[in-house]
Each structure stands twice: as structure tokens, then as C-alpha cells.
Design a protein around this ligand. Structure first.
Ligand SMILES: [Ca+2]
Length: 265
């Protein structure tokens, strides 16, 4: 969040323009190098009543790339692919293994400011929107149990200086989402039939530490099996999606950040 490359961000967002339906699918990246898109722009169209066909699971290897409408490209360069005889031979599984290893290295690099930073229980890491300006309208997803209190650490709380230097969220629209099914495949475990049930607008305080996140009051239903029956025992999968409505401006940067969103135990 000290420098940025707006050219790259604009280019990546332009690549997503052709996709008009919000349909985050679990991509089968294996076998080719992972190329992060730094967000799924379609999240900006989120509204109550919509159903999202599929969302990557919170532990899916490349899921964080699609858990926000944008996120900031790290300052440091992406790790380079190791070009050795073993990784370029094309003769055995070693090249495929090298591609998988390097894809995971790219993910670790790219996800520094992704939605994954909201769930790591570490105030020194955070999500930052990745568009020009203050990021009003940008959306980020967090997997939480909405039946219990949800808490947020506003801004980038690595230090008081960085908290003040970057934007914090002021007005926020909090959406409540509920997954209808889980649909595991050989690689990942995405959620399906995710409904946006309700939303509420709130104002966050411009303070470090935890604050309660208002969540729209709405009962969620348990997930079902493929035949429509409730899982035994019942399992619930709920999320909040936070959309930036206004910000407390940073003293140095226009990057709007959140450090954490989760249930406090
Ligand atoms: Ca964090």
C-alpha cells in the first residue's frame, strides 16, 4: 500500500468486463500456471434477491482471487518460474509438479491484500480494494457464522501509522449470504446456490481494535443434499459481503482497507 500500479489494475479489470453474470466458478487451474485476476468485478452488482451459482470455498487454493470485486496488487514482483531442466523437460511429472508449486507461490504472493487476510486473525494483514480512487462500490466477502456476533477490524491495523495513512471504511452495506449446497470436486470444495438474503447499511467507527459488525437480522437455512434433504447433522454456511459506501480518507494513500472480519470466540 505504499505504491501501486494502476496500469496493471486497469488492464486486469478490463479483462473481466466481458463477463456479465456473477458466476464465480471454481477454476481447474492445475496443469497450467495460475494467473490471478485480482478480483471478480461482478461482485459490484450484488443485491438482495440474487442467487450466485457457485463460490469457491474459503480453503480452496485459489479461491481468494474471487472473493472480492478487486484487491491490491502487491508492490514486490511476482515470483519467477524456476526454469531448470526438471521444470522444462516436458518428459515426466516433474514439470507438472513444478507448475503446481509455482502456481501456489504466485497465489501466496498475489493474495497479500486479498479477502484471505480478513480471516487470518492477524491485525497486521488486511484486504485492500485495488481500483483507482477510494474504492467506493467495491465488495469483499467473509465466511462467518451470521447466527453469532461478527466483528471487524477497520482499516489497515499493522500499526497506528499505517492505519491513519490508508483509508478506513465509513459507511458500509452489509449483505447476508447463505449457501444452499456444498459441491466438492477432486481439488476444491466450493459452495453452490448462494442466496443474498438481506442487507443493512451501517457506519463503522474510525478506531483501531475490534468493533461489532451489524448483520441484517434474517434466519438462515441449513444446506441440503443433492436430493433436497437437509444434511445430517444440519450444516450452515453463511457469509457477509461488505460493500464500501464511503471512507475516512487516509493521510497518504487512497487504498481502503479492512484488517479482519470474523466471529470472536
Ligand atoms: Ca488480517
Amino acid at each position: 500500500m505504499s505504491r501501486r500500479n494502476p496500469g496493471i489494475v486497469k488492464y486486469l479489470l478490463a479483462m473481466g468486463v466481458g463477463v456479465v453474470i456473477l458466476q464465480p466458478v471454481s477454476a481447474q487451474y492445475r496443469g497450467e500456471l495460475f494467473q490471478p485476476r485480482f478480483g471478480l468485478a461482478e461482485w459490484r452488482t450484488i443485491h438482495v434477491g440474487m442467487t450466485i451459482p457457485q463460490i469457491d470455498g474459503e480453503s480452496d487454493t485459489f479461491g481468494p482471487d474471487r472473493w472480492s470485486s478487486s484487491y491490491l496488487v502487491p508492490d514486490d514482483p511476482a515470483p519467477e518460474y524456476p526454469r531448470t531442466e526438471a521444470t522444462t523437460s516436458g518428459e515426466d511429472d516433474s514439470e507438472l509438479a513444478a507448475i503446481d508449486d509455482h502456481s501456489e507461490a504466485i497465489a501466496r504472493w498475489a493474495f497479500k491484500y486479498s479477502a484471505r487476510s480478513l480471516a487470518d486473525r492477524n491485525p497486521a494483514t488486511g484486504w485492500s480494494e485495488g481500483v483507482e480512487g477510494d474504492g467506493v462500490g467495491e465488495v469483499v466477502l467473509a465466511k462467518v457464522d451470521t447466527r453469532r456476533p461478527v466483528f471487524v477490524r477497520n482499516g489497515f491495523q499493522m500499526s497506528k501509522e499505517l492505519f491513519l495513512a490508508n483509508n478506513r471504511v465509513k459507511r458500509v452495506r452489509v449483505f447476508l449470504l447463505q449457501a444452499g449446497k456444498r459441491m466438492p470436486n477432486q481439488f476444491d470444495s466450493p459452495y453452490a446456490e448462494v442466496k443474498v438474503l438481506a442487507a443493512v447499511d451501517a457506519e463503522l467507527s474510525d478506531t483501531m481494535g475490534f468493533q461489532r459488525l451489524p448483520v441484517p437480522p434474517n434466519a438462515i437455512e441449513p444446506m441440503t443434499e443433492w436430493d433436497g434433504s437437509v444434511t445430517d447433522p444440519p450444516q450452515y454456511a453463511s457469509f457477509v459481503a461488505l460493500q464500501i459506501l464511503s471512507v475516512y480518507p487516509g493521510t497518504r494513500y487512497h487504498d481502503t482497507c479492512l484488517s479482519d472480519v470474523y466471529n470472536l470466540e
